[in-house]
Design a protein around this ligand. Structure first.
Ligand SMILES: [Zn+2]
Length: 240
């Protein structure tokens, strides 16, 4: 069976000869990747990624190995490379995930977001949305349940982010899922005033600012600290 879990979890095995402490608390950094999933996959290990600073100490990170995981998009399941970066002073390694990846999820953020948008938005049921997206009904149902279950806190966090980015205050519609959707949209609309986010898109934006944890059970997300904007802004791509 394919292990669809993101190996940034502690089950990731340390590389022989390295200090095991270094991978005992791996942390994922999500970057606002505008590449189509297919282009990222096709680049393999050669994929061009940004090199962020350490989220803990702001020191330089160095590329340090990486791993392969699966991603399903447009009905195809493929392997993609995830680079790993390491901060020497903190002795912590960070997986560098493109924003089309959601932690612990096989499916791309757009697929997940499209289903959630349809169902939590009230446009239709899970079954037809899952069929259109080409994912199992039970998988889609799990996404929607988690999203609506966390809807209130997601709504509050994204609504605050929207205001922080200079956007409109969100008037919460009835229902936690709709509130979260409205807040994500408001925050994304506000982010469009900044360079780069248009090419990234709404669901990758939601993934990026939540550190890939949009649908994670863990409700503590440092990426939502308002006023600090701890998420990574998109880098306008340089002309070839
Ligand atoms: Zn550090």
């Amino acid at each position: 069976m394919v292990d669809v879990r993101d190996p940034s979890s502690p089950r990731f095995a340390p590389i022989a000869g390295r200090d095991p402490e270094a991978v005992s608390r791996p942390v994922a950094i999500v970057w606002p990747c505008p590449l189509p999933v297919g282009a990222y996959v096709a680049a393999g290990r050669e994929v061009e990624v940004p090199r962020p600073v350490c989220p803990s100490c702001s020191g330089p990170l160095v590329f340090w190995s990486g791993y392969w995981r699966h991603i399903r998009a447009a009905g195809r399941c493929r392997k993609m490379f995830v680079p790993r970066l390491r901060c020497a002073p903190c002795r912590v390694s960070h997986a560098l995930l493109p924003a089309f990846v959601l932690a612990w999820r096989l499916d791309a953020a757009e697929t997940v977001g499209t289903v959630i948008g349809e169902v939590a938005g009230g446009a239709g049921g899970v079954r037809p949305a899952a069929a259109r997206a080409g994912v199992p009904h039970t998988t889609a149902r799990g996404w929607v349940r988690r999203f609506t279950g966390r809807g209130s806190e997601l709504g509050v966090a994204f609504a605050a982010l929207a205001v922080d980015l200079g956007g409109e205050a969100v008037r919460p519609p009835a229902g936690a899922g709709r509130f979260a959707l409205a807040a994500i949209t408001a925050a994304f609309d506000a982010a469009l005033a900044l360079p780069g986010w248009l090419a990234v898109g709404r669901w990758r934006f939601a993934s990026a600012v939540s550190g890939g944890r949009l649908l994670a059970a863990n409700t503590v997300s440092p990426w939502f600290v308002v006023g600090e904007r701890r998420f990574m802004p998109p880098v306008p791509s340089a002309p070839p």
